[in-house]
Structure formats: C-alpha cells, structure tokens
Write a protein that binds this ligand. Structure first.
Ligand code: PGA
Length: 258
C-alpha cells in the first residue's frame, strides 16, 4: 500500500516572513482532518531556496517535510547560481523536485541535465520527485506516452531501484491554467508510467513507487483524481499557497480513499 504524498511547490512566491504563519496555519488544519479520513499520509512543502532554513525551523518536530525546487549536479564547485544537494541535505531537506516543466521550458533543462541533477540528489540521499509531462501540441499529436517515456528514460542511467523515488505526472497544458487533466486522462498516463517501471526495473519497484499528479489541482478536483488507483497524491502549485486550499486538497483526497 503506497502512502499518499501531498507536495506543495511554491515556485517563486511568498516572502520569508510568510513562511512561519503559513506552516502554523497548515499544521492546525492538518491536525483538524478527521482521523477516519486519513490513513497514513505525507506532506511536503517546497518553498524557494531562500526560504528553506526558515521553513525547516518552522516545521521541526512536525509531520511537514521540506523540499527544494531543484538542485545542482555536484555537491560543490564552480556552478554559479546553483544549489548544492549536499547543503540541502545539511539544512534538513528531504526532498527535491527535478525536471519541473518550468525548468525544462523556461530554463531549457534537457533530459541530460535533469539526469545529472537526479544522480547528484540520489548520491546525497535526497528523495527526488521527477516531473514528466507533455505539452498541448504533443498531446494533440498523440505523442503523450512517447514524451513521458523519453523523460522517464533517464532513470535507466540512474541507480534508482534501491532508493525512494517519486514521479510526478504534470501535463504542461494543465499547469497553472485552471484546466486539470480528467481523472481518466491522469490514470491512463499513471498506469503507463507504472507499467514502464515494471518493465525496466521490477514489479516490486513499480508497486512501491508513488506517482503524483500535478496541474491545476484544487480542493474541488482532488477527490475525483485520488479515486484513481494509480494516483498516489499531488504536486500542487497555485493552490498550495494558501493553507486552507492545500489542506482542503489533502482532506478531500484522503476522504476519497477511505
Ligand atoms: P499548478 O502547478 O497547481 O499551479 O497548476 C503545479 C506545478 O507546477 O507543480
């Protein structure tokens, strides 16, 4: 049984001064989720890198885990503007989002670059959330599975099978647009990813790997998406900026499972 994971991607939003009030509010709301709605679940928040230490301090000894939105391909060195995965580990980060579509499309990170970051993250013991997903023209051209398969391909060069890995399926056309994939569309791709993991690694690895959906997730659609057997949680952008809406996604998603 895979433990649902609800991950918040704040992107380049919020001031450092907003971190503590947000975490306090989120903790209160998570505590209020009726026990019957929740089996076990995990919550992760990925604020901007400048907010990580504050976020770590604000969530110490709480169930909220902290993640980064990207990391460099080496523990240290001449990489201006990059964030060391070793230092992320040092400050208490457990997670790192990699290959997000904004990194791929706005900053031209290709699969090779994402692989370097993935290998460095794994080496430092960070848990990667690898994002994959097609653009609208790719979907319209019937290339969704081919694109996802190509993006997953980097896993063959990384020693992932012994490590905790999370995949996030985030169709680019659904990110920040208000138009989410339908539960059936999400399930179809999630199942494809699960089968790909089974073929290229093992049935056990495929079974235990969590596959999140991301792209315009909100409290109103989290239950229907989470009802699908291969949707193991969410990577949430816009709706994760308010404790109320993020906790609403957690609560409704969990309820649909109980
Ligand atoms: P969104 O972003 O929830 O605002 O669509 C999701 C993401 O980019 O991870």
């Amino acid at each position: 049984m895979r433990v649902p994971l609800f991950a918040a991607n704040w992107k380049m939003n919020k001031a450092v001064s907003e971190v503590k009030p947000f975490m306090t509010g989120l903790l209160e709301r998570l505590h209020a989720i009726p026990a019957k709605a929740g089996t076990q679940y995990q919550v992760m928040v990925a604020p901007p890198a400048t907010h990580l230490i504050t976020a770590q301090e604000a969530t110490k000894n709480t169930p909220i885990q902290i993640g980064a939105q990207n990391c460099g391909q080496a523990p240290s060195g001449a990489f201006t503007g990059e964030i060391s995965p070793a230092v992320l580990k040092e400050i208490g980060c457990l997670w790192v989002i990699l290959g997000h579509s904004e990194r791929r499309h706005l900053y031209l990170e290709d699969d090779h670059r994402v692989l370097g970051r993935l290998q460095a993250a794994l080496k430092e013991g960070l848990s990667p959330i690898l994002c994959v997903g097609e653009t609208l023209p790719e979907r319209k051209a019937g290339q969704t599975m081919a694109v996802v398969e190509r993006q997953l391909g980097i896993l063959k060069s990384a020693e992932v099978s012994e490590k905790p890995l999370v995949i996030a399926y985030e169709p680019v056309w659904a990110i920040g647009t208000g138009e989410n994939a339908t539960p059936d569309q999400a399930q179809e791709v999630h199942l494809f990813i699960r089968n790909w993991l089974k073929t290229h690694f093992s049935p056990a690895f495929s079974e235990k790997t969590r596959i999140l959906y991301g792209g315009s997730v909100k409290p109103e659609n989290s239950a229907s998406l989470m009802k699908k057997p291969d949707v193991d949680g969410f990577l949430v952008g816009g709706a994760s900026l308010e404790a109320n809406s993020f906790s609403g996604i957690v609560e409704k998603g969990l309820k649909s499972r109980s």
